[in-house]
Design a binder for this molecule. Structure first.
Ligand code: AMP
Length: 249
């Protein structure tokens, strides 16, 4: 069984991003980029399924600038067998990515696609759902446990106040939540091996997809600066301030 894992290159989660002075977006010049953490969890899950003998091949795919090759190499160092770069310098919004992935699914014919539940840069949480709709496949989002057989996947999902378990017929789409697994570190020998794994490059036009953005970002703003704290002399003043200044009680 072939598993496709879309991986996105995003600003590293440790970086504190700065909004550009013209408020058109965040400044990503000279900022450390890494694989989206939810995508790492997706790659790890696919590798575990392969290690259990349930999957035969893992294909990682990334859409974006040429440097997404690093993200794909990283996925291959964790255990993906090969990579596909859909190279584009254009801004790729979730609908465009979902259409590109649909075209790759049609070429590659995987039985399972495991995506991150969201990318930590745009927090869209849309691509997996849109891909499922475009393909007409079942989807199980926010997976915290995945069990695979030859024809079905059973997924435990984190929902408000508990867990829900759903069964889907393959082919299907799964998106990963934080507690699904803890991704392994790529070891040096595996990083070296990953450099030799196959990596193909295609362009959106080769896949017949128009990636023109459908949304315009009007404005990006910093959250309001935190006000300095004050010391209050007694409980009565605290209650008074909570009531009349903070208006929280
Ligand atoms: P989003 O819908 O943007 O929050 O992203 C959810 C998931 O879709 C990510 O965790 C990836 O698995 C996948 N994805 C989004 N954008 C890309 C991209 N440019 N290339 C590959 N996969 C992507």
């Amino acid at each position: 069984m072939k598993i496709l894992v879309p991986v996105k290159r995003v600003v590293d989660y440790n970086v504190k991003v700065r909004v550009k002075p013209d408020q058109s977006g965040v400044d990503i010049a000279n900022v450390k980029m890494s694989m989206n953490p939810f995508c790492e969890i997706a790659v790890e899950e696919a590798v575990r399924l392969k290690e259990k003998g349930l999957a035969s091949e893992i294909v990682a795919v990334s859409a974006g600038v040429a440097q997404c090759q690093e993200t794909l190499r990283n996925a291959m160092a964790i255990g993906a067998d090969r990579g596909i770069l859909i190279e584009s310098d254009a801004e790729l919004q979730p609908l465009a990515v979902a259409k590109l992935l649909k075209a790759v699914v049609e070429r590659e014919q995987p039985r399972l696609v495991i995506l991150g539940k969201q990318a930590i840069d745009d927090d869209a949480n849309q691509t997996g759902q849109m891909l499922a709709a475009l393909l007409g496949w079942g989807q199980a989002t926010f997976a915290s446990k995945v069990e695979l057989t030859a024809d079905t996947v059973t997924v435990t999902r984190e929902v408000d106040g508990g867990l829900e378990t759903v069964a889907l017929k393959l082919p299907a789409i799964v998106t990963t939540d934080l507690r699904l697994n803890e991704p392994r570190y790529a070891t040096l020998p595996n990083i070296m091996k990953a450099k030799k794994k196959p990596l193909d490059t295609v362009k959106p036009a080769d896949l017949g997809v128009d990636v023109t953005p459908r949304l315009t970002t009007l404005k990006v703003e910093e959250p309001p600066k935190r006000q300095g704290g004050v010391k209050v002399p007694d409980v009565a003043t605290l209650i008074e301030k909570l009531k009349n200044e903070a208006k929280v009680i």
